[in-house]
Design a protein around this ligand. Structure first.
Ligand code: TPP
Ligand code: MG
Length: 366
């Protein structure tokens, strides 16, 4: 299969097979850290498979699969400090795995708002289904960090489709004008549901849009976790720079989603198998494994250990979620820092109705 990124100007550390490119610098990371990037990608991939199957069993309503996109989410998150804020769209589950929050996160997909409240403790904002709607909030948070003199930056993730929203323009414009500490992570996976990249923009790249806002745009192979790490590390430092003015950057991760847009979608209607197979040939997990094996950082036994750990971590998260009780009153929580009186009133009203008519009347199976 031909390498879909061979002819493009994307930053890479690893070639399509996982061997370091001759002129590329390997990020200066410990062996343990390099293995943990591989491990987090394997946990993410396993979680993805389990989440799709939980949806089929009726335990998850809808789920947005991320297979193929683990390299960018995991690699970029390892390049941040734990105190940095992540604001993501809905597909960058690898960022949450890299923050070690999987068990807290899974309940969200099962309808428990507590799932999004819990990830906030790990400096991850709740996911955003309204395409592009979180970009102004992410920039607002970056502005707050700057204003307060906090040494924190924001990594804001979104898809290629989000770049067609007005929110994208407004957010990037403000970040450029006010030199805000934010890294815009655009995941160009070629599709916004069934809309191809060619119908999303008339520019050649998404990265070049940054020039309209007065800052730099960079393209990176999003299926190369080491390049995703290296580029994010560089631009995060630029965003954080305490001596000079902080500068935002737009990073375009060029990648592909292997699965459906969500579990409610059938991609075979608009994509062909040949395209999918070309991207699978540069799989981020396979490439990282080859790199680790060939540089003596992992062997068969190490790979088996990582696979077993990934299995156990996902299993534990799924089992923990089985005991969760649905709490309808929860939908009023976690919206405001302090719940306003009107929401208190609505919450009480709902709980009284449930008390009067029973949970079955509201669709709960007892
Ligand atoms: C404002 C808004 N318009 C439309 C939708 C319906 N919708 C959900 S996801 C999506 C596509 C987004 O594509 P992209 O930003 O490329 O992210 P990807 O799903 O590829 O990760 C659309 C149109 C929405 N959720 N919000
Ligand atoms: Mg997309």
């Amino acid at each position: 299969m031909s390498d879909p990124l061979a002819e493009t100007d994307v930053r890479r550390v690893l070639d399509a097979d996982g061997r370091p490119l001759p002129d590329a610098e390997i990020p200066d990371l410990s062996d343990e850290r390099l293995v943990s990037i591989y491990r987090d990608m394997r946990i993410t991939r396993r979680f993805d498979e389990r989440a799709v199957s939980l949806q089929r069993q009726g335990r998850i309503g809808t789920y947005a699969p991320c297979a193929g996109q683990e390299g960018s989410a995991v690699g970029s998150t390892h390049a941040l400090a734990d105190r940095d804020l992540i604001s993501y769209q809905y597909r960058e589950h690898g960022s949450i795995v890299a923050r070690d929050l999987l068990a807290e996160y899974l309940p969200y997909w099962m309808g428990h708002e507590s799932g999004t409240a819990a990830i906030l403790e790990g400096n991850v904002y709740p996911l955003q289904i309204g395409v592009g709607a979180h970009l102004p909030h992410a920039v607002g948070a970056a502005w707050a960090f700057e204003y307060r003199g906090d040494d924190r930056i924001v990594a804001c993730h979104f898809g290629d489709g989000a770049t067609s929203e007005g929110d994208f323009h407004e957010a990037l414009n403000v970040a450029g004008v006010f030199d805000l500490p934010v890294v815009f992570c655009c995941h160009n996976n070629g599709w916004a549901i069934s809309v191809p990249r060619s119908r999303q923009t008339a520019t050649d790249t998404f990265a070049e849009k940054a020039s309209a806002y007065g800052f730099e745009g960079v393209r990176v192979d999003g299926m190369d976790p080491l390049a995703s790490y290296a580029v994010t590390r560089e631009v995060a430092e630029r965003a954080r720079d305490p001596d000079a003015s902080a500068r935002p950057t737009l990073v375009e991760f060029v990648e592909y989603r292997y699965g459906a847009h969500t579990t409610a979608d059938d991609p075979t209607v608009y994509r062909d198998d040949e395209e999918l197979e070309r991207w699978r040939s540069i799989d981020p997990i396979d490439r990282m494994e080859t790199f680790l094996r060939e540089t003596g950082r992992i062997d068969d036994e190490g790979v088996e250990t990582v696979a077993a750990e990934a299995e156990a971590i996902v299993k534990e998260a799924v089992e923990a979620s089985a005991d969760l009780e649905a709490d309808p009153g929860e939908m009023f929580d976690h919206v405001y820092a302090e719940r306003p009186a009107e929401l208190d009133r609505q919450r009480e009203e709902l709980l009284e109705l449930i008390e009067t008519h029973g949970r079955e009347a509201f669709g709960y199976e007892e």
